[in-house]
Design a protein around this ligand. Structure first.
Ligand code: AMP
Length: 397
């Protein structure tokens, strides 16, 4: 793998795998949130400033059967041009003669955006011949798409193999890895992991791995109720994965054996139905009335979790504490976000996992008050599950 900072881009065309999978505003047809594009700008600008040109390659949504207008990257070309500050050319596909002509004619400082790479089934299949064609677009390969690094797709893995001496991680990819490694390998103690979200089954592997790393594990969100049920509690209509009860008991046992403290939310904000305008009340999480469901952590849980976070020196957060998309059930997630920000101000290092935790931190306007907000949801989760990310591995091979 080459070093991005030291690589000489002068006169070279760099194929840059970016993650421009941005949300769109359905009414205006404009980019609704440009954070992912902004996150790749330092890498693109570095290449241009150093005399190179850039061929940008990205996925966009999940098209199933070839090209579809709603998944076309043509929709974001103007936004990308505006943010980079230079006109960006657009190739209407990835591997036609016209597309190759455009990339071959790029001059230093110029940028070409290729159409959605997932319009080709060969992309998700990790097809070597397709990757070989993509490789003809440039002289070197830069992977800056941390959000797609857990996928073994043609543009994230095979493509790298065609540039054995000229493949490298971009600045965003490097920052993501550096911040994740700080938590994985050099965590100042006490290290507290906050895990939330809907399902135990989605988070079981990360919790298992965190049992070897963290001093405290705070468990919130819908997944907490399967734990209460497993311990004999009454959880009403709260989320429950009946086939995961033993898993929860096993986690509690392992935590005891390893000296890791598991913190479950003592109380909950319960609702009589899953709706923004439902009737609500506060209840002990293990004594929820039949017909009601826990949709957020309660005030005692907030107090308890906040005091753990105050004493923490490293914090990793993945998954909301409740249904934070509805104002009636956002208080738990919001309070924890503030507690993480306060701990950060007092010297803790805080890493916010992508996906819903990142969305929550942005929603409460606290992104600047935590140490790092990851752009990778699934990728960060898999990294903390202890898995090797194919996109990173392909650069190292
Ligand atoms: P995940 O994708 O697993 O991180 O889960 C995030 C989703 O979990 C969010 O959309 C939340 O609304 C949802 N969620 C959090 N807490 C609860 C809960 N107590 N009951 C139902 N859904 C929840």
């Amino acid at each position: 793998m080459s070093s991005f900072q030291q690589y000489s881009f002068a006169g070279k065309r760099a194929i840059v795998r970016v993650d421009f999978n941005v949300p769109m505003d359905k009414t205006t047809g404009l980019v609704a949130d440009d954070k992912r594009i902004c996150a790749a700008l330092p890498t693109i600008q570095h290449i241009l400033k150093n005399g190179g040109s850039a061929v940008l390659l990205s996925h966009f949504g999940r098209p199933k059967n070839g090209p579809e207008a709603i998944f076309s990257l043509a929709q974001i070309t103007a936004k990308v041009s505006e943010l980079i500050g230079t006109p960006v050319q657009f190739a209407a596909d990835c591997i036609s003669t016209e597309a190759f002509e455009l990339s071959q004619n790029l001059k230093p400082g110029e940028v070409l955006l290729l159409e959605n790479v997932r319009f080709y089934k060969e992309e998700t299949a990790g097809d070597q011949a397709f990757a070989q064609k993509l490789a003809q677009h440039g002289d070197c390969y830069v992977n800056d798409a941390f959000g797609a690094a857990h996928r073994a797709h043609a543009s994230t893995t095979q493509l790298a193999s065609f540039f054995p001496q000229d493949k490298m991680a971009g600045l965003l990819m490097n920052a993501e890895i550096e911040n994740a490694q700080k938590v994985l390998h050099h965590a100042a103690r006490p290290f507290t992991a906050i895990v939330g979200g809907a399902k135990v089954s989605d988070k079981i592997l990360i919790v298992e791995n965190l049992l070897n790393l963290a001093d405290h594990i705070i468990i919130g969100g819908g997944m907490a109720y399967t734990f209460f049920k497993a311990m004999g509690g009454h959880i009403g209509n709260s989320l429950c994965e009946a086939d995961r009860l033993d898993t929860c008991l096993d986690i509690i046992e392992k935590a005891k054996a390893k000296g890791v403290q598991i913190h479950l939310p003592i109380d909950a904000i319960i609702a009589d139905r899953f709706a923004a305008d439902a009737q609500t009340a506060t209840s002990a999480s293990a004594e929820i009335t039949d017909g009601w469901m826990g949709l957020d952590i309660g005030p005692a849980a907030i107090k308890d979790f906040t005091s753990v976070l105050r004493a923490s020196k490293t914090i990793l957060w993945n998954g909301p504490m409740g249904v934070f998309e509805m104002p009636a059930f956002e208080n738990g997630t919001k309070s924890i976000a503030y507690a993480v920000a306060e701990a950060t101000k007092n010297g803790a290092f805080s890493l916010i996992g992508g996906g819903d935790s990142a969305a929550a931190v942005h929603q409460f306007d606290l992104s600047e008050q935590v140490s790092y907000v990851s752009t990778g949801g699934g990728a960060l989760l898999e990294y903390f599950e202890g898995k090797t990310l194919p996109g990173m591995q392909a650069l190292a091979d």
